[in-house]
Design a protein around this ligand. Sequence first.
Ligand SMILES: O=C[C@H](O)COP(=O)(O)O
Length: 243
Amino acid sequence: MGNWKMNGLKAHLGEVETIGGIAADHREVDVGLCVPATLIAAAAQVRGGAFIGAQDCHANASGAHTGCLSGAMLAEAGASWTIVGHSERRQDQGESNSDVAAKALAAKAAGLNVILCVGESLDVRDAGDAEAVVSAQLLASLPDGAAADWLAIAYEPIWAIGTGRIPTMEAVDVMHRALRGALASRIGAEADGMRILYGGSMNGDNAAELMAIADVDGGLVGGASLTAGKFAPIIEAADGVVA
Ligand SMILES: O=C[C@H](O)COP(=O)(O)O
């Protein structure tokens, strides 16, 4: 899944169209782009084989929430997915774990699939507490009724986002196993099928190795999803892992 964050104008819809065409050639892989809300409707017109997603969803279905968008609005515009709980929103908008769980439930109620993000700061990583802290964050953010047919998790170490740095493959493996275990402690066997994506400086050079890790089921990709040229090798790497 690509996350365009606060990037993209109508001039960039050609990238959506090209990525949609590549997605159509890789049907074994679920490919999507979470574009700015202003582009959802137009992107949905040219999406080809790619899903279109939003980047946030309000916890309420309607009401006096100036500047916010409900799940129904996002779905009507053409989104079939939304991200909730991205670290940039947790930080910039002060979203708490319970806010994130409420947003996920509201998105599900509107028929959206959801990617719920978790991840640790560099201080937490350096202190050696990352698995415990992120597992606790996940369980505190997990909505009631969490199930693999509508919810995916994205593990994004905050210090790896947009920095070109990634954890060692071993560290990713250890974290994803821990998150799978945390999920299992709450939802039992349903955890086996829930996709856990890795995010944070994934690119065409590291995607294959990251996605070959047993409990890594895909990627949440920022910068390298902005152009078809950079996103295509990641889609191809995912297809190679599926094959
Ligand atoms: O949502 C995507 C992530 O924050 C990763 O961003 P990045 O690939 O630019 O590091």
